[in-house]
Design a protein around this ligand. Structure first.
Ligand code: NOS
Length: 356
């Protein structure tokens, strides 16, 4: 039923979506030792099942394995981006904002040794081109959000410049990702706060990872100091009643990633007070997203099944989350309106009453 209707994905990391088969094949061709004998073992290494809750640190430790055969190799980056587009289209997603750190995908020690030119800018150009072609071929709108990494403040300014240069060429916003509770980057480095202030002045769309494994105060910082209009995860906002009420009223949008929220140990799997349930009940603006499908073991449909089966979320609420996502999309008003109309038409033809 859900698969027959258009869906929207606002929070999915490109480098958390690579196919294990491709990671394995590329690693083998480059003699990179991933310490696994076959694809099945690699999948097992990367996947964190819902019933074996880990932590954000364990979750983030999967990334060096996933990106090892890809970084610094434009052809590999183009290939995994193409495959990503196909996987998104095959799920019935009609609009997708994918995020990545151009610096992380560009950096490669062996690359430096060979003297080959590989820059964050080249990564953005390559990925934007694949997205543009895929948009025509697959009839799915793709946009990029460029991530600053919380532990790499020295790179934030260049991320801002890339967001500015490519704002009408496929890049729709800026984000800060990474671990929230690292002693040496707590609180958020001043350089990054300054970059987000400047991004706001330049009219760049802002989302920030906050309140995932970290506290409600991080969500307040993201909104009040970094001008975020959307929050990646944000679960711990519910620990501060006054803040929760204020951000609910201000229509800050929470990009909830249900399966990821559990496997990172940020929320409990089957409680009635899962933040998503609270957001729905309290009329807070939310969407449902997949975050890192290679680790959680599936895309959006996986998250939809999880919230319906384990949290009691209804199909109507899932449709509502897609409408909310479209309204919160980092798109010009006219493009947004067209997407909203398309989804509304599809959903209401089945008799669903949705809030606008
Ligand atoms: O759930 C998450 N919380 C915080 N950071 C994340 C999460 N998933 C991925 N990344 C980080 O974002 C980078 C750019 O895509 C990834 O390389 C990973 O380090």
């Amino acid at each position: 039923m859900l698969g027959q209707h258009g869906q929207v994905e606002l929070h999915v990391h490109l480098d958390g979506s690579f196919r294990p088969e491709t990671i394995f094949e590329l690693a083998r061709s480059k003699n990179i030792d991933l310490k696994v004998a076959n694809v099945a073992e690699l999948k097992e290494t990367l996947h964190i099942p819902l019933d074996s809750v880990a932590s954000l640190a364990v979750f983030l430790d999967k990334f060096p394995i996933m990106i090892a055969p890809i970084v610094g190799d434009l052809k590999a980056i183009e290939r995994v981006t193409n495959e990503f587009c196909e996987d998104i289209a095959s799920q019935g997603i009609i609009y997708c904002e994918s995020r990545y750190s151009p610096h992380i995908l560009a950096s490669n020690e062996s690359n430096k040794a060979s003297g080959e030119q590989m820059t964050a800018r080249n990564v953005v150009i390559a990925i934007s081109k694949v997205f543009e072609e895929a948009e025509r071929r697959l009839d799915v709108k793709f946009r990029s959000i460029l991530c600053c990494m919380r532990h790499l403040p020295e790179l934030a300014e260049e991320v801002l410049e890339l967001c500015t240069e490519f704002r009408d060429k496929g890049v729709c916003g800026i984000d800060m990702a990474g671990h929230e509770n690292m002693i040496h980057v707590d609180p958020t480095p001043k350089e990054i706060i300054d970059v987000f202030r400047e991004a706001h002045c330049r009219g760049i769309n802002i989302t920030v990872h906050a309140g995932e494994s970290g506290e409600a105060a991080n969500v307040a910082e993201a909104v009040d100091k970094m001008h975020a209009v959307r929050i990646g995860h944000g679960y711990h906002v519910i620990d501060d009643d006054a803040l929760y009420k204020r951000l609910g009223t201000a229509r800050v949008h929470f990009e909830v990633c249900p399966c990821s929220s559990v496997v990172t140990g940020s929320t409990k799997p089957s409680r009635d007070d899962h933040p998503l349930k609270r957001f729905i009940e309290d009329g807070v603006d939310y969407s449902i997203n997949s975050d890192d499908p290679t680790i959680t073991g599936g895309g959006l449909s996986n998250d939809y099944s999880f919230v319906m089966e384990r949290l009691g979320v209804t199909q109507q609420q899932i449709f509502q989350s897609n409408l909310n996502a479209t309204r919160a999309a980092f798109l010009p008003a006219a493009e947004k309106k067209a997407l909203v109309s398309r989804l509304l038409k599809e959903y209401t033809s089945d008799g669903y009453q949705l809030d606008m």
